[in-house]
Ligand binder design. Structure first.
Ligand code: BTN
Length: 274
């Protein structure tokens, strides 16, 4: 058997054993793969055919990992690539807070290693101003009801950042890069699932204010002069607040306040350094 094949099998075996000993409510069924096109795509297929809430798809690597706005999510070995299938019984408009749940869980987990993670609206998790994790939410809504939500998480754990393409390298970091030593994959995962479970509990209990208050503690977006690229326009102004659904309130130079549901956010003070 080749070295690569042994590594693949070891990952699947160890992660399946790990999942049997987890006993965390939010993790009902951890489906482990060596390589997938995209854990989000597999999770969406499974959700479509009825997979229960708490089913999680995880892969050692992805060959067609997807990011927001149809970008490629480079997924080399050493990262965490997983997707939660959730079926919360809440108003569809509140799903926009689910990426906050994931971002907060990641932030708390990263901080437990002595780092200081921050959240850039809406849900980029960064350390020292560089992206360490991203979140991709995809959902199916029927009428006003949510059929399922897939929350995909890509976390740069033990990735040598020189393995990323040169365009994203200067803006990316990883745990191993920040700490100078590798982090145990399964230990990180356990801590993350615990955090995700507690923030998701707040979400299903509709304690949205607590999620928003916590997000405001960990974001570095509010108060900053930013440029936001939405699907239709580019806006500039001061990020003044977020509303109850997590939408950004931007105060423009003309004194108007614009509500932005989704977009790519750039900080002015970083614009010419990246
Ligand atoms: C972003 O910041 O653009 C979001 C990146 C999300 C990447 C994760 S990796 C696991 C899951 N599967 C995917 O194809 N994408 C998400």
């Amino acid at each position: 058997m080749s070295k690569r094949c042994m590594k693949e099998r070891a990952f699947v075996k160890k992660t399946r054993e790990f999942s049997k000993k987890l006993h965390i409510d939010v993790v009902k069924n951890l489906l482990v793969f060596d390589e997938l096109d995209s854990t989000n795509s597999t999770a969406k297929d499974l959700a479509h055919y009825g997979a229960e809430e708490g089913t999680i798809v995880i892969a050692r690597t992805q060959n067609q990992g997807r990011g927001r706005f149809d970008r490629i999510w480079q997924s080399p070995e050493g990262g965490i690539y997983l997707s939660f299938i959730l079926r919360p019984r809440i108003l569809a408009e509140k799903t926009s807070l689910l990426p906050f749940v994931a971002a907060l869980a990641l932030t708390k987990t990263i901080d437990s290693y002595g780092l200081h993670a921050t959240i850039k609206w809406p849900n980029d998790v960064r350390v020292n101003g560089k992206k360490i994790a991203g979140i991709l939410l995809e959902s199916e809504v029927i009428g006003h009801a949510i059929n399922y939500v897939v929350v995909g998480i890509g976390m740069n754990l033990n990735i040598d950042i020189t393995h990323f393409s040169t365009d994203i390298q200067p803006r990316s970091t990883s745990m191993i890069h920040e700490l100078g030593s590798p982090v145990d994959y399964h230990e990180f995962l356990r801590k993350f699932f615990i955090q995700f479970g507690s923030f998701y509990k707040l979400f299903v209990e509709q304690q949205y204010d607590r999620i928003i208050d916590e997000w405001k503690i960990h974001t570095d977006t509010l108060g900053k002069t930013i440029r936001v690229q939405t699907s239709t326009e580019t806006l500039q102004g001061i990020a003044s607040d977020i509303d109850q659904s997590g939408f950004l309130l931007l105060r423009t130079e003309r004194g108007e306040t614009k509500k932005i549901m989704s977009g790519d956010c750039l900080y002015f003070d970083e614009l010419y350094h990246t």
